[in-house]
Design a protein around this ligand. Structure first.
Ligand SMILES: Nc1ncnc2c1ncn2[C@@H]1O[C@H](COP(=O)(O)OP(=O)(O)OP(=O)(O)O)[C@@H](O)[C@H]1O
Ligand SMILES: [Mg+2]
Length: 176
């Protein structure tokens, strides 16, 4: 297991490519997903982390809208992975909710994400510690409730690009 590098704005380190954003409503979270979609292409892996109800599925919904894929992005109750095809000929969105997957990699392997990744955008909720073997290139998105927020609508979002794919990629477009 690799240790998650803590985000330190004062000292980003050589490989870190990170932006931190404040999102103040579910609609803004969707909008962030739509902006994020513009940066993504086939072969990209996005790993979402954050506590229950943080907004991972809400962000993925916007991502699906931005990619123009078919079918509503929902929180699957029984399905672990859902493929949303793109009628426009773009990459399909593979939406995985790994919450119910134990630490074991077996179930994860059954999903054959390595097979679908080259042609797809794969987004994995609760994927930390479970999908790192797929590729070194990934976008890590952490969503957390802002400290002291009484409205429960404010989220701190940290987007970190890892690997050669994201080295020097313009994540600052996300804060627009
Ligand atoms: N700024 C915000 N961003 C996203 N969701 C928000 C925000 N403020 C309030 N919410 C609400 O929080 C909930 C987020 O639910 P969502 O299913 O997206 O979370 P999740 O992280 O996918 O949870 P789970 O771990 O259960 O999959 C929604 O009810 C949404 O309306
Ligand atoms: Mg969810």
């Amino acid at each position: 297991m690799e240790a998650a590098a803590p985000y330190n704005p004062a000292e980003p380190g050589p490989a870190a490519n990170s932006v931190e954003l404040t999102v103040t409503s579910p609609e803004q979270m969707r909008e962030l997903g739509r902006r994020l979609a513009k940066l993504l292409r086939a072969g990209d892996l996005v790993v979402l982390s954050g506590e229950l109800g943080a907004g991972k599925t809400t962000l993925t919904r916007g991502l699906g809208e931005g990619l123009g894929v078919r079918g509503a992005v929902t929180s699957p109750t029984f399905v672990i992975a859902r493929v949303h095809p793109s009628p426009a000929g773009g990459p399909p969105l593979v939406h995985v909710d790994a919450y119910r997957l134990g630490g074991g990699l077996d179930e994860m392997e059954d999903l054959d994400l390595d097979v679908s990744l080259p042609e797809s955008v794969i987004v994995v909720e609760w994927g930390e510690g479970k999908v790192e073997e797929l590729t070194e290139d990934r976008l890590r998105v952490g969503i957390h409730r802002a400290v002291g927020d009484t409205t429960d609508e404010v989220r701190q979002v940290t987007v970190t690009g890892l690997g050669a794919r994201w080295a020097g990629a313009g994540l600052s477009a996300l804060s627009a």
